[in-house]
Design a protein around this ligand. Sequence first.
Ligand code: NA7
Length: 530
Amino acid sequence: MKYDAVVVGAGFAGMYMLYRLREMGLSVQVFESGSGVGGTWFWNRYPGARCDVQSLDYSYSFSEELQQEWEWSERYATQPEILGYANHVADRFNLKEHIAFDTKIISANYQDSSKKWLVTTEKGETHTSQFCILATGCLSVPKAIDIEGIENFAGESYYTSSWPREEPHFGGKRVAVIGTGSSAIQTIPVVAEQASSLTVYQRTAAFSQPAKNRTLDREEVRVFKENYQKHREASKHSLFGVPDKPMAQSALEVDEKTRNKVYEDAWREGTLISLYQSFNDLLFDKEANDTAAEFVHRKIREVVKDPATADALCPDEFPIATKRACLDSGYYQCFNQPHVSLVDLKKNPVERVTEKGIKTTDQEREFDAIIYATGFDAMTGAILGVEIKGSNEISLREKWFAGPKSYLGLGVSGFPNLFLITGPGSPSVMSNMIVSIEQHVDWIADCIKHMQTEGLSTIEPDSTAEQEWVDHVNDVANATLFPSANSWYMGANIPGKPRVFMPYIGGCGVYREKCDSVAAKNYEGFVLNR
Ligand code: NA7
């Protein structure tokens, strides 16, 4: 089939891209490997899965009617509620008729002769299109499990990143969870309620803060929605895609008592940014950062009764916030229950998974079920999961051999009419994803409209502009503490992946201004052809 645009992925990015391009009258086809919309929220159905950005923020702003009519029930929405919202949007705007579900795109090749993209599905069908838009998500390809022997386990194995649709029952079972990132921290307290025993295998402790989740009060929502536009504007021009907190002071400028009072207030707020926006130097100065880390350590020790467990749960290998922060509901409290225990893999690393359970260097423990919450090949995994070849058959995998290179995280030189939504080099995972998704989709849609109006057939970044942007992304990251952590932002969770800080940390507002100014200056840094 022939289309004006092909979109890969039907998560929040792919759905809104489809909406915009269809409104413009383009023929658009979306391909989605899952059997429904929702992307990350389609796959990550593990018990306890919920968003850690507040529901009233983590939702589309493009339709006033939509944002007024949809009622979120909790401050932080659960996965089923978010998936329900995604389906509501898809139905309300008749999106599903343009989405081919259960259809994985395996390759995309640019044909220099016709100036069209040729995309091929896993089933071998081919389609041509002027534009190829990757809405493949930043955390959608699970990391391959790098533990020996997982195939030998005779019990049940589960992966938080591709949880079965039929809910498993853990009642009366001995369960192990491997990993202590956001997914594990959310699922552990819920699984602990069911399992007869729960053993958590921790390699690196994470910093987590209570989410203070609660049911939303109808009146409070009504008042909030009266000012929705103002709130959305503040988010668009913020650092992280939610309204900024004022942070005029350095953590080192104030005395300990004042500092702790500020941290206590932030702790009570229970948002991802509350603590890290308490002072203006927490992400830049290790000494300042240590004061926040010490505060969280104290909080962990206040909750966890067993001193050895509390010690192990206190992160000490990276500055706070330089690995993805977590919000939880009862995570640390969970370790006070007699049937929940922690195995510190720093002391006793995993040797292998056996037929009966997990063998660490000190002992083998037996389980009925193992839950792997081991993370993702973040940001580049899904893009490179498609075999992409640009002009002159240049391979994206080869071009990105030493790390991703893009202009604004939107386009790649040598790959005409290829757009990335929330690609590496853009704020993406350092922000409220929906805000960044809407900004990219609007920019891409406006760019395509401009090309139509001007009778242009191709657009691609100029290689010098691309390199300058990559250098800028690195310079901004290098001014912070982020590169010092072995995080998935740095690709450090995947053996052999280039160590590069992938998102743009300059802030959503600054980034938006840059993108707008590029467009206003006739797409400065891009090469457009008739
Ligand atoms: P994360 O945050 O990447 O967490 C994965 C966890 O799994 C982390 O604690 C890892 O420890 C651990 N892990 C990974 N491989 C192993 C092995 N082989 N042995 C032991 N432990 C291991 O993924 P999540 O799914 O929790 O969260 C991803 C994002 O989703 C999150 O940031 C939000 O944006 C939403 P490590 O730190 O590598 O030592």
